[in-house]
Design a protein around this ligand. Structure first.
Ligand SMILES: [Mg+2]
Length: 197
């Protein structure tokens, strides 16, 4: 009886081990293929990867005129007020885990942005770009290695189309101060459910 119990326990463990090993080899295979092909996934920053309305509010309070160097310096250094959006950020980590290069494209001026870049270096080593104007994004998506671009604004989806990359819409959070046209699904793109949180 004891022997039988022990045997069934061993068999169970062995089955679990085999499943685990199978999963690991699938992961390893995907990881190698993705890495060899140098595939990437790109994300917009504000309202896509993070809730950042508090950074903009802080800058707006401190500076009289929005858009100057001082303003962007404050926005770019207020990242302790920002929180990751659960699903998009989770997906970014997952893609990274499968070997994809992550590129983050922020519609911001670069002033004072070194600390922010550093903050994201784990997810996107050397892959945090301040694009300045939103209509410059396709320039960064064009190298043919990006399979997806996640963004919240209509412009983001258009930029993805422009670059021949599949655009996925991320919904803005309730408190978002995002500017730019926002009509999820209007361009025929996939809308990521629950991405507003
Ligand atoms: Mg955005």
């Amino acid at each position: 009886m004891v022997l039988k119990d022990a045997r069934s326990k061993i068999e169970k463990t062995w089955t679990t081990t085999k499943k685990f090993l199978a999963a690991m080899s699938v992961w390893g295979l995907v990881f190698s293929l993705v890495t060899i092909a140098r595939l990437g996934v790109a994300f917009d920053y504000d309202d896509t990867l993070v809730h950042s309305e508090d950074s903009f509010a802080k800058a707006a309070r401190s500076v009289q005129q929005a858009g100057g160097p001082q303003y962007w310096h404050i926005v770019n250094n207020a990242y302790d007020l920002e929180s990751p959006k659960l699903l998009p950020y989770g997906l970014a980590c997952l893609f990274r885990g499968f070997g994809f290069r992550i590129l983050i494209l922020a519609d911001r001026q670069a002033g004072g942005g070194d600390a922010l870049r550093k903050e994201w270096r784990r997810l996107a080593p050397k892959g945090f770009v301040f694009v300045g104007a939103p209509e410059n994004k396709h320039l960064h998506l064009q190298d043919g290695r990006f399979v997806l671009f996640f963004g919240d604004s209509d412009r983001d989806i258009l930029e993805a189309k422009n670059a021949g990359v599949l655009g996925v819409r991320v919904k803005r959070g309730k408190k978002s101060v995002g500017r730019g046209e926002y009509n999820p699904g209007a361009l025929g793109e996939q809308v990521l459910p629950f991405s507003e949180y």
